[in-house]
Design a binder for this molecule. Structure first.
Ligand code: KIV
Ligand code: ZN
Length: 499
């Protein structure tokens, strides 16, 4: 019987720390719902003490999620630990996650604590966390650059104080797979009291080795891998959930381990995250990139036609990539629509389903054939345009190659009706974004892209923007058959996130 590895997903905490990846409580809930469907074991929902908004999001996720444990990160501070507990107390399976750095470099330069003080702090913090919560995880930050014996003593202190999971963080993505594997083994053999507890691995991707390090750690005996969807995270990101899980799945013959993740939900979950963040991933990204299962070279195509196994180690269906687009039209009824929505894996409340059906009808009036990709795009969009603080009511654009672009926008603001804004710009999109800035404040456009959701002249256009103000970067997404409307919606989506 293969050993079952736990998957801790930290998209909503470590992933969310990456520039442009911040999410509000509603978006975190949406992603948490997808992670629950995906059947990860533990969702790290945030760092509750970092802000009231983060605490609120952790509490909302903890209350909603029933099928996974939910955790929140804390520094070794009583106030952090209590705030995390306060946010987690309604979870079906709460876990408090405490961390402290253990490398000499971090202890001396950042913490200004001696080894003895670190050991005492870990003991006191884990003990304090255990007062509230029976499930406590302790993470050693920068563990891979720490003295191995000292690391064992720190983990022993955490175990003595009641921690059930000991996490080895490769915080700066420095370790090589052989080193990571040997560190896991060293800890398993040299740390007193570790038998029967979970050793976790938490790799970062600075050298592009994160997924490889996670698998090496698991092969060496780790029982938990810490990952994010699409590998989002600080700098080069974390180990990508899809890579680690499909590594376990595809190479079960070599690793003799499994995990409970529903691989058929991977593609959908990754797409949801991309749409929430307005994130565009590179086409050659393993598992979820556009080209991950595409065979272009003639020799490969020929081989795949003869036998898929010649050039395919995984089937696209196994990660839930739809093989055939279904097509609906303006005569399709509610029943066919509801069935399609269900087959796409969405479970919408009656009100949301009815409003998605209205949006589908409106689209079917403009577009002869509405595909499953269109419907997916519409559903992800639903709610965002009607609930944001700034909402587009109407727009008129004047543009040409001999004149400045002019945009006249009517925006609803909060409970108030339309406010009219006029701006000139370097083309229609620039003018429209400047008009929004007149009301919403100064934002700089950092990136902008436009893609067709499906083929054909009447395709839905999907605009992705990243904007910046003095408080940070925000991404937004908008879809419409009109590319200017899609762009304005994307910009408003990003502005609304900044509020
Ligand atoms: O990378 C890291 O060290 C972390 C810990 C806080 C677990 O994210
Ligand atoms: Zn990390």
């Amino acid at each position: 019987m293969p050993k079952t590895i736990k998957i801790l997903d930290t998209t909503l905490r470590d992933g969310e720390q990456a520039p442009g990846c911040s999410m509000n409580a509603g978006e975190k809930l949406e992603v948490a719902r997808a992670l629950e469907h995906l059947r990860v074991d533990i969702i790290e929902a945030g760092f509750a003490a970092s802000s009231p908004g983060d605490k609120e999001a952790v509490a909302a996720v903890a209350k909603q999620v029933k099928d996974c444990a939910v955790t929140s990160l804390c520094r070794c501070k009583e106030s952090d630990i209590y705030t995390a507990w306060d946010a987690l107390r309604n979870a079906a399976a709460p876990r408090i996650h405490v961390f402290l750095a253990t490398s000499d470099l971090h202890m001396e330069k950042k913490l200004r604590l001696s080894r003895k003080q670190v050991l005492e702090t870990v003991t006191a913090s884990v003990q304090y966390a255990r007062k509230y919560c029976p499930d406590v995880q302790f993470s050693a930050e920068d563990a891979t650059r720490s003295d191995r014996d000292f690391l064992c003593r720190v983990f022993e202190a955490a175990i003595g104080a009641g921690a059930a999971t000991l996490n080895i963080a490769d915080t700066v993505g420095y370790a090589l797979p052989e080193e990571f594997a040997s560190l896991v083994q060293y800890i398993l053999f040299n740390c007193r009291g570790i038998e029967g507890l979970d050793v976790a691995v938490h790799p970062h991707n600075d050298l592009g080795l994160a997924a490889g390090n996670a698998l090496a750690g698991i092969a060496a005996g780790a029982g938990q891998a810490e990952v994010t969807l699409c590998g989002i995270g600080e700098r080069a990101g974390n180990a990508a959930l899809e890579e680690v899980v499909m590594g376990l799945h595809t190479r079960q013959n070599a690793l003799d381990v499994s995990c409970r993740v529903e691989t058929g939900q991977i593609y959908r979950s990754a797409r949801l995250l991309q749409s929430v963040l307005g994130l565009q991933i590179q086409p050659n990204k393993p598992i979820v990139g556009k080209n991950a299962f595409t065979h272009e070279a003639g020799i490969h195509q020929h081989g795949v036609m003869a036998d898929r196994l010649t050039y395919e180690i995984m089937r696209p269906e196994s990660v839930g990539i739809p093989q055939q687009e279904m097509v609906l039209g303006k005569h399709s009824g509610r029943h066919a629509f509801d069935e399609t929505v269900r087959s796409l894996g969405f479970s919408l409340e009656e009100e949301a389903l009815a409003s998605a059906f209205q949006a589908f009808k409106a689209l079917a009036d403009k577009k002869k054939k509405v595909t499953t990709s269109d419907i997916e795009a519409l559903i992800k969009e639903e709610g965002r345009e009607t609930t944001g603080h700034y909402r587009l009511e109407s727009f008129v654009i004047n543009s040409g190659n001999t004149i400045d672009g002019t945009a006249i926008l009517k925006l609803a603001v909060g409970e108030e009706g339309g406010q009219t804004l006029v701006a000139f710009g370097d083309g229609p999109i620039d003018a429209a974004f400047k008009a929004v800035n007149e009301l919403a404040g100064e934002f700089t456009l950092k990136s902008y892209s436009l893609n067709a959701v499906t083929g054909g002249g009447d395709a839905l256009g999907e605009a992705l923007v990243r904007i910046e103000n003095e408080n940070g970067q925000y991404t937004g997404r908008g879809v419409s058959t009109d590319i200017i409307e899609a762009s304005i919606k994307a910009y408003l989506n990003a502005v609304n996130k900044s509020l």
